[in-house]
Design a protein around this ligand. Structure first.
Ligand code: GDD
Ligand code: MN
Length: 375
């Protein structure tokens, strides 16, 4: 009879980069915690080819514990390392944690118990009652973490969505779940993309690392902003598009005003001509930003033609703006008295017309399915 090795129910994934000194203690505490709770588990270390002796230490540890070292030589980064571990494993339950013992391995059994009880996603949280961060945390690190959390408010109501200590059943990831994280926040990526419904936070005491250094750099924090933008687009494609379109439009007003004033008062050209020139410059500015940021799929179109189309759409928008102002103030008694209200209604209608034309004409993707999937 062929001896088929049965896969344990749990895999603990630990991404590592320069963590060799932490591995023996990590393995000892993880396996002590799971064996006390009668859990069968494997530990996968996903190392980005650190070459600090990780390989040798893992070989030693493998003799004692069910550990597997996966060394990546091409790809880099925390989030993709975790994804790699997910792909390389088949266990029913997955728990992700840091190597530096910031996350107490003793909480693993509790997380698994909740997952088995039907939770889709369990987070080891610093910010729920009973959770804590190390006393050594300075104001800056604390504030930094709070701001990052606040920015993710629209995506999740978790108190600690930044957590790197979390677990989920493999079944929440189906083929439709395209995980494309950038930077550090793989937990948030899974939480949003897999549309987890039963989400639970358990308190943990987050300890500062004793050995080695944190790899959380400023670059990672900037990547986080880019990642957030992507997740908001994923969750609210229409609203995200409209908000970005409006933000671009508002920046265009400033450009318009700047050139109108400079041309009139500095270059001293005729104010009506200046008005036309500044309109074209501002519209071109808007077109450029919308092509690159708002309508991702629209950048596949030939730019010259699209620029002209945008100028036409913007002129139509201006026509709607001015025309509705005229109609309202000519024919509706209320607006003959309150011109300013008509002025803003005109702006709103003009922007609406602009957006509609942009969305369905100027930047319309050739293939609707690629909409919102880009960066
Ligand atoms: N494979 C791989 N590749 N692993 C990495 C990489 C990388 O490029 N960068 C970091 N890691 C590993 C580290 O070795 C460690 O095991 C884990 O990822 C976390 O990295 P740290 O450098 O210790 O991160 P941190 O302590 O600043 O941040 C932690 O806390 C944050 C919340 O404050 C992490 O858990 C974050 O995910 C979490 O958001
Ligand atoms: Mn750490």
């Amino acid at each position: 009879m062929v001896n088929v090795r049965r896969c344990p129910e749990l895999v603990v994934l630990v991404p590592t980069y320069h963590e060799v000194d932490n591995l023996p203690e990590l393995a000892r505490r993880v396996f002590s915690a799971v064996s006390k709770a009668g859990i069968e588990a494997e530990l996968f270390i996903i190392d980005d080819d650190t070459q600090d002796g990780t390989e040798g230490v893992c070989k030693q540890l493998e003799r004692e514990y069910p550990i597997r070292l996966i060394t990546r030589t091409v790809e880099r980064g925390l989030a993709t390392a975790v994804l790699h571990g997910i792909r390389e494993s088949t266990h029913e339950y997955v728990i992700v944690m840091d190597a530096d013992l910031s996350h107490p391995p003793e909480d693993i059994p509790r997380i698994l118990e909740l997952l088995k009880g039907g939770a889709d996603f369990v987070v080891g949280s610093r910010y729920v009652k009973g959770g804590s961060t190390d006393a050594k945390w300075g104001v800056f690190r604390w504030l930094n973490s709070k701001v990052a959390t606040l920015l993710a408010r629209g995506l999740t109501s978790l108190k600690d969505p930044m957590a790197g200590f979390f677990g989920f059943p493999r079944s929440i990831l189906n083929e439709a779940t395209q995980l494309v994280p950038i930077g550090y926040k793989i937990g948030l990526e899974i939480l949003v993309k897999a549309k987890c419904r039963r989400v639970v936070e358990i308190p943990i005491a987050f300890a500062d690392r004793v050995k080695g250094e944190s790899k959380l750099s400023l670059k990672q924090q900037l990547l986080y902003l880019q990642h957030l933008r992507r997740l908001y687009r994923f969750r609210f494609p229409q609203a995200a598009e409209i908000i970005q379109f409006s933000a671009v439009g508002s920046s265009g007003v400033i450009v318009d005003l700047f050139f109108f004033l400079s041309l009139t008062y500095v270059a001293r050209i005729d104010h009506q001509l200046a008005r036309a020139i500044s309109f074209v410059i501002a519209a071109s500015w808007n077109w450029f930003l919308n092509r690159w940021f708002t309508f991702v799929a629209g950048r596949d179109k030939q730019w010259g033609k699209q620029w002209l189309q945008f100028l036409i759409a913007a002129s139509v928008g201006f026509g709607v703006n001015w025309g509705s102002y005229k109609l309202l103030t000519d024919h509706v008694p209320y607006f003959t008295e309150y011109h300013l209200v008509a002025f803003f209604m005109g702006i709103l209608l003009g922007m609406g017309s602009n957006y509609t034309l942009c969305r369905w004409f100027v930047f319309r993707p050739f293939d609707e399915t690629i909409r919102g999937s880009g960066t």
